[in-house]
Design a protein around this ligand. Sequence first.
Ligand code: TRP
Length: 443
Amino acid sequence: MKREQWSSNFGFLMAAAGSAVGLGNLWKFPYVVGMNGGGIFLIIYIVLLVLLGAPILMAEMSIGRHTRLNAIGACQQLNKNWGFVGFAGIFGAFIILCYYGVIGGWVMKYLFTYIFTPGINKPDEYFQNFSSSAAEPILWQLLFCAVSIIIVIRGISNGIEKISKIFLPLLAAFIIIIAINSVSLPGASEGVKFFLIPDTSHINSFKDIFSIILNAMGQVFFSLSLGMGTLITYGSYLSRDSSIQKNAFYIPLFDLIIAVLACFAILPAVFAFGLEPSGGSGLIFRTLPYVFGSMKFGRICAVIFFALVFFAAVTSSISLVEVIASYFIDSRKWSRPKACIIPGIVFAGVGITASLSFGLLSNVKIMGESIFDFLTILSDKILMPIGGFFMCILTGYIWGMPEMFREMSSGGKYKIYFRKTISFLIKFLAPAMILIIFITSFI
Ligand code: TRP
């Protein structure tokens, strides 16, 4: 059977960017920046994006397009003992989906609140009450999971591509409007300074620095959807008429622009309304209602904005579901619906405990962390860096750089720039950096 393909490179780019741009940019980046001291984090993030993110992105896309297989199958084809890398990726995708649905559900709740009510008066209290209640967040979370699963059942170019093509450009345009509004609030300049000017005064030890670097690395992997086989899977549907290198340039660039714009929308408002930038995972939900409250046509803007965030979240979560489903379809010969629904029941089920960890189960700790935080740490700071590390070793030493470049060039059709640098990054610098950051942060 001929493998499905993206209908065009633009479609692929939009789908891959759709996977990358998601809650990671809009929900997570602003609060991680807030918790890690602002400007200094931004600089470290951009450095790691270039040195780690882009090369690993190329490696994953090349492996996928070369083998035309799912994450496990692809790694196994390169070397029969290396299936574990793909397996770790699929496991990681599961873990992410468990908590992704919780936040996706919150976004839906806010979207519907703005559609059906005039607005949110006391954002802090409102968020606190909602996130800690038992039943309602779970219902929204399950709904979010159901939407993602249904789209993936409908198939790749049919579902994923169509959605991303339309909403991504819209999202970019709309965040700019909100960012302009937020920056022009009285008192907003403190937030702009916090975000753009590196301030080292609160860094007291090496430990602080390494913790910021580890967080930045986790964020690079999470935001670009790396280390979990997503780009292997998406690359496996990519035509040889596309330039992998070009895609590996545009995807991180687009991803970064959206993340930076999200910070311009959130952080100035955080300062303007006297909130705490280190407020954690509720930051955008506590902050944005103030911004919309102060805007002309605030309610309409809120509806459009949360709808766009919802789409961004869906196009990312479908990429995670696709990683898992394509394994069961290719290797276990399951039908597409079965390969989506059975894993879906499992991650939605585990996700319920993550949702409850904001309320009913807030006392349950795994290694000192709430269930939700434990899942995020496990995926961002452990599984993804490990996945990225092995992806580099697999590509650099087992498959070999010449093979990767051959795939990237589509048999000589595209010129590859910076060959030596890319080889150096994939074979030495990226794995060494991951190892050092990883080990130092655990001792
Ligand atoms: N990158 C997405 C975001 O920013 C999340 C995501 C989708 C992801 N697929 C992934 C993260 C695969 C890691 C691996 O929201």
